[in-house]
Write a protein that binds this ligand. Structure first.
Ligand SMILES: Nc1ncnc2c1ncn2[C@@H]1O[C@H](COP(=O)(O)OP(=O)(O)O)[C@@H](O)[C@H]1O
Ligand SMILES: [Mg+2]
Length: 391
């Protein structure tokens, strides 16, 4: 580590965020609260991050001159979106610190590289095969058995670019679904539940983690997270230890989330990594002394990490664009539940499946928190009379 790397980036400095979605927005809120300035770069305009940042730069990620210019104006570049080209991180690194490093990004933005790294490092993962042609898909499926899940190697999120193969008659549709491009075939995991752990690692290698969250998905998109996860302590402890090892092995400076499958026998398998704050860690914004976003800020600035104590059991429910189908949701109705907090991301167009915001409930138990957040979310549409055809 050079002496420059070890000098903390102090309040008043400017942080650069690549990407401009809700993760960057919540990061920017945390950063501004601590007196930092925030610049964001992405191809979009009037973005969730840009609305909160001091400066929003509108350029494609492969416009390396724009990226270099952006990097020159900030003390450190971090990410809220990991699917930026390796060349983008490298161009930024010519002029400023990049945390986590381009190497972490390179590994985690590509499912095949990520799973290969994990399995070679001895982490438990479901059996998988590389698939780069239809014939390879057939032989991989024969080797792994069915059911199996075919996932595009890159640019997948929220269940996009994935196809569950139940029988041989699905092969063609699966190969089409991943765009007939490099993909990974994974043996299907018949799990009891899914959990995730957000960990943070500082410049000095200190590690802290949040309690494991229990995650429910709907249509491949995270729907509800409950924290702490309702799993045995031994499972939660092992998940935290595995998360620590992943951050160490990748030498992450920043925040990284590990998604796990918990098998019915309690055994953990790592599903995937996200080298940034994660949707399943949104509860920390309201429920923890230091949120995952402030922790990312502290880590990338070379500051000490903040305490991760959780103040109360929590549950988070995502608000997707589908909720807007019949008009603006009934916000006051949800806010009548006094232990529920509303977060909206400032997105202009509520498309189906698009993450527009979330609700977090804090309560005396996770079951009560879950009940409150589900009730609040259902209240958003409760008053609506179903639209009747008038003719
Ligand atoms: N091998 C698998 N076995 C069973 N379910 C899976 C498997 N892979 C993915 N899933 C399901 O699909 C969801 C999304 O897959 P994931 O790989 O996490 O992609 P994304 O990047 O879209 O989050 C997972 O959270 C899980 O519910
Ligand atoms: Mg996932």
């Amino acid at each position: 580590m050079s002496p420059i790397d070890s000098k903390p980036i102090l309040p008043g400095s400017t942080i650069g965020v690549l990407g401009s979605g809700q993760l960057g927005r919540m990061f920017a809120i945390a950063a501004r609260r601590m007196g930092y300035r925030v610049h964001t770069l992405s191809p979009d305009e009037d973005t969730p991050t840009g609305q909160v940042a001091d400066v929003e730069i509108n350029a494609p990620y492969d416009d390396l001159d724009a990226v270099r210019q952006f990097a020159k104006t900030v003390s450190v570049v971090t990410f809220e979106f990991e699917n930026v080209p390796a060349a983008t991180a490298a161009a930024a690194a010519e002029h400023t610190l990049v945390r986590p490093s381009g190497r972490v990004l390179h590994t985690t933005q590509h499912r095949l590289r990520e799973k290969t790294f994990l399995s070679q490092a001895g982490f438990p993962v479901t059996p998988f095969r590389r698939v780069s042609s239809f014939d390879e898909l057939v032989s991989a499926a024969t080797a792994l058995g069915l059911p199996a899940i075919l996932k595009s190697a890159d640019f997948g999120y929220d269940g996009k670019g994935q196809y569950r193969i139940r029988s041989e008659s699905d092969f063609q549709a699966a190969w089409q679904a991943v765009g007939q491009r490099e993909a990974i075939l994974e043996a299907f995991v018949d799990y009891a539940c899914e959990i995730s752990v957000v960990g943070a690692r500082s410049v000095r290698g200190e590690f802290l983690h949040y309690s494991a969250a229990e995650n429910r998905h709907a249509n491949g998109i995270l729907d509800i997270s409950i924290a702490p996860a309702r799993v045995p302590d031994s499972v939660a402890r092992e998940a935290a230890e595995l998360t620590h090892s992943v951050l160490e092995k990748l030498e992450v400076v920043g925040v990284l989330c590990v998604e796990f499958f918990v098998r019915k026998d309690g055994q953990l398998l790592i599903n995937e990594l996200a080298p940034r704050p994660h949707n399943s860690g949104h509860f920390t914004f309201d429920a923890n002394l230091t949120s995952q976003f402030e922790q990312q800020l502290r880590a990338v600035c070379g500051l000490p990490l903040g305490a991760v104590d959780q103040l109360a059991p929590a549950a988070m429910a995502n608000l997707l664009g589908d909720l807007w189908r019949d008009g603006e949701p009934d916000w006051p109705a949800a806010l009548q539940v006094p232990n529920v907090k509303l977060h909206l991301y400032g997105k202009l167009e509520p498309r189906p499946g698009r993450k527009m915001g979330h609700l977090t409930a804090l309560a005396h138990s996770t079951d009560q928190a879950l009940e409150a957040v589900e009730f609040a979310r259902s209240s958003l549409q409760a008053k609506r009379v179903p639209q009747m055809a008038t003719q």
